[in-house]
Write a new protein. Structure first.
Length: 60
């Protein structure tokens, strides 16, 4: 029969690793969303530049 404190430690470790994974994924999601938002703003800016000046069409 397993020691009850050992079982509690295993449960606590699995809960902590699950929490750590969830925090990591939410951080990654937030970072990816902010990167995508800044990229789309940058793309919109370069598109506006391209509309203003034909030379910028080569850059976009």
């Amino acid at each position: 029969m397993a020691d009850s404190s050992c079982v509690v430690n295993i449960k606590r470790d699995s809960i902590m690793s699950t929490l750590h994974t969830q925090v990591w994924f939410s951080t990654l999601k937030t970072f990816t969303a902010s990167q995508y938002n800044s990229y789309s703003k940058e793309k919109a800016f370069t598109t506006r530049l391209a509309n203003l000046h034909p030379l910028f069409h080569k850059l976009t």
